[in-house]
Design a protein around this ligand. Sequence first.
Ligand SMILES: Nc1ncnc2c1ncn2[C@@H]1O[C@H](COP(=O)(O)OP(=O)(O)O)[C@@H](O)[C@H]1O
Ligand SMILES: [Mg+2]
Length: 333
Amino acid sequence: MLIKSISLTNFRNHNQYYLECNPDTTLILGENGCGKTSVLEAIYILTRGKSFRATDPDIIKREAPFYRIELTYDNGETRVATYNHQVKTFICFDKKSRRLPKKAKHPVVLFQPSDLNLVSGSPSRHREYFDHIFSELSEEYSTNLSKYEKALHQRNELLKSDNLSRDALFSWNLLLARYGSNLHKMRQEFIIFINENLNPFYTSIAENHDLVFLKHKTELKNITESAYLKFLEQNFEKDHYLGHTSFGIHRDDFEFFFNANPASGSASRGETRSLILALKFVEAKILEEKLGEKPIILLDDVFSELDNLRRKCLINNFKDHQVILTSVEAVTY
Ligand SMILES: Nc1ncnc2c1ncn2[C@@H]1O[C@H](COP(=O)(O)OP(=O)(O)O)[C@@H](O)[C@H]1O
Ligand SMILES: [Mg+2]
């Protein structure tokens, strides 16, 4: 399914905006601050269900009573979202709902300039990035992760209290062990999938033949649910002293390596750009394989960050996808 058009009313700085999309590449050209990213944001809300950068009170045009965005697909289907300072409503298949229904979602690969800093980012940034990808690939991952995060929050709150018994943590330990061991397993599987694909893409972009891979740094190592639970129970005193949970999947990291060396610190600017490009190609490939539909590619201002060679690779790789890109200057592709 391809996007045919998107229209915005009172969305960010736009009073009224309408864009007709091409089946292949659509360029949104304009000065900084003219509202280009906002158009991608609206498309993202109507394909994925929520913005990649803000919540509705920030998005609604200042002083406006409501916003409305509407997307049409080439098969005639439409998706509408409205927000009036109180209620967010989606209208899909002639039905109203508070969330974008699963069957109304469409896979998307979003590429922003900040993604180019991923290699040198912190462990929490790495987790956030890959948790997002894995959640897009698997509904189970997404729901388990939010349940894990809620249980972790509750356990950490309890750990901050002075008079705490082991028993008070038991039910939270059970939940963390159940969801944590499951998420750990899924992370291991997804990483294998990424690594199978990352290197071929990387060598097709980069001039060198370095071996690149993504390492899942974890102290859990194929852990079972019962072993996970045991660790949490053993750590009671330590965690109570620290006031937070010191063991679990929330401490994992995902780190890129070139040959045997961590990419952060050793890789050049060009190499990290090629690596992130390769990662985006992998994302598109695995989304298509898992969900059976080609993702729409949203490129936000990334051309200015890439040299000619990498621009060509980007366009060439996504030539069979619908690509919507923003830029401050005319680009040739
Ligand atoms: N809620 C809002 N109401 C009105 N204007 C907004 C709102 N949020 C952001 N803006 C403004 O909208 C403009 C659009 O931002 P953005 O889409 O990021 O532009 P671009 O990507 O073209 O640089 C910015 O100048 C910003 O100040
Ligand atoms: Mg922008």
